[in-house]
Design a protein around this ligand. Structure first.
Ligand code: FES
Length: 161
């Protein structure tokens, strides 16, 4: 993201320091992470110490300081999902993709994360990919689910088109 693009986001919020959260959200949405250089530029423009911006960026789970894959897989390991086999689902994603929670595949296509609840416990085990929920997951459904998001597939389709 260029400095001009960052500046235009800042201007959208009238350069207000109080809008730092909203500004970070917009940058995260566009870049999928918060690059170090971007945070430093923000600090200079808004006259906020970089240390404060880093604290905000690391406090909120929605922000990432590391580049993210094109598709974000979030596997729920909350109690309701865990007792129904959530860990086996995570393990299967790890086997299929060769990455653990918090990591990104070398081709930047997938980032794998785990969370403590996705808010739809009755459908557990639950996985969300790019915000699309897949309920009643099992390790045997992982490969088929991933196919929908592999390069060359139309995103979020059932893989038939
Ligand atoms: S525990 Fe998994 S959705 Fe709530």
């Amino acid at each position: 993201m260029t400095h001009e693009e960052i500046d235009s986001i800042i201007e959208r919020y009238h350069g207000k320091e109080s809008a730092i959260l909203a500004i970070l959200q917009d940058i995260q949405a566009k870049e999928k992470y918060l690059p170090k250089e971007t945070l430093e530029h923000l600090g200079e423009r808004l006259h906020i110490p970089s240390s404060k911006i880093y604290r905000i960026a690391t406090f909120f789970r929605a922000f990432s300081l590391m580049p993210r894959g094109r598709h974000e897989i979030v596997v729920c390991l909350g109690t309701a999902c865990h007792v129904r086999g959530g860990q086996r689902v995570v393990d299967q994603f790890t086997m299929e993709l060769g990455i653990r929670s918090g990591e990104t595949t070398p081709d930047w296509n997938f980032t794998l994360e785990t969370v403590n609840c996705l808010g739809v416990c009755a459908a557990g085990p639950v996985v969300a990919i790019d915000g699309q929920y897949f309920g009643k997951m099992s390790s045997t459904k992982v490969e088929e689910t991933l196919k929908k998001f592999r390069p060359g597939k139309k995103e979020g389709t059932n893989g038939k088109d």
